[in-house]
Design a protein around this ligand. Sequence first.
Ligand SMILES: [Fe+2]
Ligand SMILES: [Fe+2]
Length: 167
Amino acid sequence: MKKITEKNLYEAFRGESEAHMRYLIYGEQAESRGLVNTARLFRSIAFAEYVHARNHLELLEDIGDTGKNLSRSIRGEQYELEEMYPAFDLVAKMHQDHDSVQSIHYAIEAEKNHALLYGEASRALAAGRDYHGAPIHICPACGSTAAGERARACPVCGQPGQAFIQF
Ligand SMILES: [Fe+2]
Ligand SMILES: [Fe+2]
């Protein structure tokens, strides 16, 4: 593949990824207004954008084996946790933008566990095993992430545990 096409496909991958996420969120918004078919349209096109993003990434040969994918995911989570969000946090605090500080705080708290959980899966894989089967709970309000028993309330934002989405 030519360098310019490689660069273009990465840009397209980022654009399709963003569109995928936006359309899922727009679908939720439409659903909350009772516009079920508009929501369905958003979700269907979100899926098409996912297919495009995946096709581009495959062509770029940027999908490794599971071990490589876990290492890359750990590095990404650590970057967000140790470099990106702490810097964003300082800037938002400097401007006394409390809502943004809170949104950044929610992300930092979750990224800590993302890096740890991927680390556990990576060590299990190195020992020839799959990640353990404990359920993983995500808080729908702040994204806090925990494996194991459902907590009674979110330790980060206080949302009741019954609201957690289980995977
Ligand atoms: Fe994360
Ligand atoms: Fe939460």
